[in-house]
Design a protein around this ligand. Structure first.
Ligand SMILES: [Zn+2]
Ligand SMILES: [Zn+2]
Length: 145
């Protein structure tokens, strides 16, 4: 399974393109306030891959570093043309890169079962009955995955 799977992704204007190979080690829906601000929506969805399985194909990104709700650094990479956040690095998952799920050309394979920072979820958000819903984050357990 998986190692030959290659998924392509990019930003809205098309100047930044990248790909991920194999299956993600974590796919999570994040309801923290910063993901709400970053997306302008109710939550962010991230697919985390080991760093060596993510490859930039074209374009250069700008970076914006912030402090997460858990007090750790998160570095967002955004397209300088359209401003889309395309991926991010985190202090706690330093061996991995999070890719913005909506940036994949094909999103039909996505089926996130993990919701984090539900404490700050917008009031009208509901969770699928088969989802794992955490009030904060459990990202530590994925450190060594
Ligand atoms: Zn762009
Ligand atoms: Zn978040």
């Amino acid at each position: 399974m998986g190692e030959s799977q290659i998924r392509y992704a990019g930003c809205s204007c098309g100047s930044v393109r990248y790909k991920a190979s194999g299956e993600p080690i974590r796919v999570s829906v994040c309801h923290c306030k910063d993901c709400q601000r970053r997306t302008g929506s109710a939550f962010g969805v991230g697919c985390y891959f080991p760093r060596e399985r993510v490859e930039m194909l074209q374009g250069a990104t700008g970076t914006f570093e912030r402090t997460s709700d858990a007090g750790r650094w998160v570095k967002n990479h955004f397209c300088r043309g359209c401003g889309n956040t395309v991926m991010w690095e985190t202090e706690v998952l330093s061996h991995a890169v999070g890719i913005a799920a909506g940036s994949f050309d094909d999103t039909a394979w996505l089926d996130p079962k993990l919701h984090v920072w539900a404490d700050s979820a917008q009031r009208w958000t509901s969770f699928p009955c088969d989802a794992e819903v955490l009030s904060k984050s459990n990202i530590e357990q994925y450190r060594k995955t």
